[in-house]
Design a binder for this molecule. Structure first.
Ligand code: NAP
Length: 288
């Protein structure tokens, strides 16, 4: 371990980052970063930053001055984070939201969105047999998570995305934003839309502990379909349990959470952290 790592100070700035959201105290990200700090021998700190929407701009501008190297951004600040950044990656601009902000030594804010990257990496790790170009995907939900998923799927070469959301208004606009590769399906037709799908993704909050279950029948899905859920509390949602009972491959939502954090850690702390079974155990400890 170098002297820099032992003192927790490098380039005159503390090894300090955090997750900014409202509410945010439930976030597992400090636990995730704590595991990587220990693994890499880095004396860093990663904290919850509970900031109300009306205070977000003021607090964000102050964080580089307070020595932060960057922050992860969660609900409800992802769109505002992109708008306030001084520079943004093409991915963040295409998704229309940022989840990873890197602060330059001069205070400048660079925005990125790693949710789609995390989503794809999790599927590649959990279902390596999935061939994006081989079949259409069915995506349930059209909120913030869905935007990153749509961008990732089209970028990976999925030939067509069927998008089903409870509220049709707004969903057409979202599909229009991503172009002819995305077709809007009526929420009532979601069971039939599983036919021929190579990947089925739940991006709604349904199925999460405390929310209603996601009602869908996977009978029409081909035997080769991979089923994944952005919800990771519980780890095995009703959707994943149904898929498993049908013999379909499943990927839980925790992998996306873990993989989306890797680029931030690399940018802020200069080490390349890995997603391992030990990391999953550390983050899962105490989850409902
Ligand atoms: N694993 C990860 O790393 C990760 C990353 C991002 C998000 N997530 C999870 O993904 C979920 C969605 O997050 P988000 O940020 O996309 O949320 P969001 O922007 O608020 O979108 C919520 C989505 O859920 C739908 N929905 C909510 N209640 C519903 C109901 N009763 N019936 C049908 N549809 C309903 C909404 O449909 P309407 O448009 O009709 O309201 C919308 O499509 C959350 O559980 C979040 O924790 C996980």
């Amino acid at each position: 371990m170098t002297r820099t790592e032992m003192t927790g100070v490098a380039d005159g700035r503390p090894l300090l980052a955090g997750i900014i959201g409202w509410p945010v105290l439930h976030s597992r990200s400090p636990r995730l970063f704590g595991h990587w700090f220990a693994e890499h021998g880095i004396a860093g700190s990663y904290v919850h930053l509970a900031v109300r929407p009306e205070d977000f701009a003021q607090v964000l501008r102050a964080l580089p001055k307070a020595g932060y190297r960057g922050v992860n951004v969660t609900v409800p600040h992802k769109v505002a984070a992109l708008a306030l950044a001084d520079a943004a990656t093409p991915v963040a601009r295409a998704i229309g939201a940022a989840n990873t902000l890197t602060f330059q030594p001069d205070g400048g804010i660079n925005a990125d969105n790693t949710d789609g990257y995390g989503f794809l990496e999790a599927i590649r790790a959990g279902a390596p047999q999935w061939v994006p170009a081989a079949a259409p995907a069915l995506v349930l939900g059209a909120g913030g998570g869905a935007r990153a998923v749509l961008h990732a799927l089209l970028g990976a070469g999925v030939p067509a995305v069927r998008l089903a959301n409870r509220t049709r208004a707004g969903t057409e606009a979202l599909a229009g934003h991503f172009g002819p590769g995305v077709t809007v399906i009526d929420w009532a037709d979601r069971d039939a839309a599983a036919e021929g799908a190579g990947l089925i993704v739940n991006t709604t909050s349904l199925g999460m502990t405390g929310k209603p279950p996601l009602q869908i029948r996977l009978d029409a899905a081909p035997a080769s379909a991979v089923v994944t859920d952005l919800v990771y509390v519980p780890l095995e949602t009703g959707l994943l349990a149904q898929a498993r009972a049908r013999g379909l491959a499943t990927v839980d939502g925790l992998g996306m959470l873990l993989h989306q954090a890797r680029p931030g850690f690399r940018a802020w702390f200069g080490a390349d952290p890995q997603v391992t079974p030990a990391l999953r155990r550390a983050v899962l400890e105490g989850l409902a």
